[in-house]
Write a protein that binds this ligand. Structure first.
Ligand code: GLU
Length: 491
């Protein structure tokens, strides 16, 4: 790379950070980090009717959560009026633009006529070649003038860093407006001014902006400026092959955050949505991705957003985490669910490490800790219905639990270890001639309310002697008070 890399993400604050924009942000960030360049955040908030302050905050929060730190900005388009004025002035003196006096009503009428005639909808060139007299006469009428670009004949082409040589006939570009009658720049013009003024070397953005790129290249030409290099990213599709949208489920980064995905997973997953390292690596660290990233390896065909793969990847990243980091990642989910407090986590860190280590293998989502591990934190859980039928209603269930209460009760608190409790259970089974499973299953249901989970003796020791004995008693009481099966069936 000869000149320094300067790239940007330019979200419009009209909603939370969408996965498509997040992927574009990520690719820009990766490109900047790979080339030791600069990543800039620009907020495109000139459309007052669609921009909201809350989204400005939420977009920044999501980028920060993903770890996509920006080196400059946020730059707000709404605060750059002076810069735009300078370029508007420059453009006015260009031969490549002309004032257009057509009123909105006149334009709407032409448009309707074109639609009725099934003709392509575009500016009819009414003001393109006005004589000086005609212009003066419009001015005297007091008509405000917008500035339209005079698109030459021929075609516009550029070398896309993902799609290769791209071409478009110019008559499809239309003489579009660059500066509105009120003197403000339109979207494409503001974008060009900003990208040039902010020294962008590359513009990397979604393929939905292809048409804008051709128009923007014409603006660079009109201003006699060198355009940046362009790279377009393939659109992300839902499983049904249409562009990903709400219909397919979650689409904003905040949603994935609250569903229990790690920022790391999202980065890894989004990186692979259109790019691959060129070998079969899938689970990658941030540094590995930065190291291998290049625009040449962006695949032009549209990738499908595969939620199952996302979940799988999250499990993989959870398993690779240091348990201390995992506690930190789980904290907001456990606290939000009301299972614990930040202070409690802090003061019982060693115990939290045991819980996390027992569960780590089993988690796909961070929220699985809440749905599958609440019993570590609270006595307030229900017994799984099928489990009750199979384990608690079984002949001898009470005796098994009573036996366990006694066997565990005989172990002093200071010796209540995995080995001691396991030996106690196995000896009890042996003494009655039963299989250990006859004790383990009802014990698990009594302690956790569930029929599956981590190693039962891990659970036993993490809960501790007092809680185990209490829960076994609770279960015995529950079984003793179970209504007869006939009554349950509701006859
Ligand atoms: N505001 C545009 C968007 O959010 C940015 C397009 C661009 O990157 O140039 O899609």
């Amino acid at each position: 790379m000869t000149s320094p890399v300067r790239v940007r993400i330019a979200p419009s604050p009209s909603g939370h950070l969408h996965v498509g924009t997040a992927r574009a942000a990520l690719y820009n960030w990766l490109f900047a980090r790979h080339h030791k360049g600069t990543f800039v955040l620009r907020i495109e908030d000139t459309d007052k009717t669609r921009s909201e302050e809350q989204y400005v905050d939420s977009i920044q929060a999501s980028l920060t959560w993903l770890g996509l730190n920006w080196d400059e900005g946020p730059v707000f388009q709404s605060q750059r009026g002076d810069v735009y004025d300078r370029y508007v002035e420059k453009l006015r003196h260009s031969d490549s633009v002309y004032p257009c006096y057509c009123t909105p009503d006149e334009l709407a009428a032409k448009r309707e006529q074109q639609l009725a005639d099934k003709a392509p909808v575009r500016y009819d060139g009414h003001c393109r070649d006005l004589t000086p007299e005609q212009r003066t006469s419009y001015e005297e009428e007091g008509r405000p003038a917008a500035l339209r670009i005079r698109i030459p004949e021929g075609e516009t082409s550029y070398q896309d860093l993902v799609y290769g040589e791209m071409k478009r006939p110019n008559d499809e570009l239309d003489d579009f407006i660059c500066v509105r009658a009120d003197g403000t720049p339109t979207y494409n013009f503001a974008c060009v001014i900003d990208d040039h003024d902010m020294g962008m070397s590359h513009v990397i953005r979604g393929n939905d902006h292809q048409v804008n790129t051709f128009k923007q290249i014409q603006i660079y030409r009109a201003l006699d400026l060198e355009p940046p290099r362009f790279a377009h990213l393939p659109l992300i599709l839902g499983p049904d092959g249409s562009k990903i949208s709400k219909r397919h489920g979650a689409t904003s980064v905040t949603e994935f955050e609250s569903m229990g995905y790690l920022p790391h997973t999202m980065v890894n997953f989004l990186a692979l949505l259109g790019w691959s390292p060129g070998d079969d690596r899938e689970v990658m660290t941030r540094d590995e991705i930065i190291e291998s990233f290049s625009l040449e390896r962006v695949n032009p065909s549209n990738p499908v957003f595969d939620q199952q793969k996302l979940q799988w990847l999250n499990g993989e990243h959870i398993r690779r985490m240091n348990p201390n980091d995992l506690i930190n990642a789980l904290r907001p989910h456990l606290v939000d669910a009301g299972l614990t407090t930040p202070l409690e986590i802090e003061t019982r860190w060693a115990w939290m490490l045991e819980v996390v280590t027992a569960m780590q293998e089993r988690l796909h989502l961070l929220t699985d800790m809440v749905t599958q591990g609440a019993y570590f934190f609270t006595d307030d859980f229900r017994y799984d219905e099928k489990g009750v039928k199979k384990q608690f209603r079984r002949e001898g269930a009470i005796d098994a639990l009573k036996g366990l209460a006694q066997a565990f009760g005989n172990i002093p608190d200071s010796e209540f270890t995995k080995e001691r409790t396991e030996t106690a259970l196995r000896e009890l089974a042996e003494s009655t001639g039963e299989k250990p499973a006859r004790y383990i299953h009802p014990l698990r249901l009594a302690l956790t309310g569930m029929t599956g989970g981590p190693g039962i003796f891990d659970v036993v020791t993490i809960l501790g002697r007092a809680r185990c004995l209490d829960r076994i008693q609770q279960a015995i009481h529950f079984i003793e008070n179970l209504p007869p099966v006939e009554a349950e069936s509701g006859s």
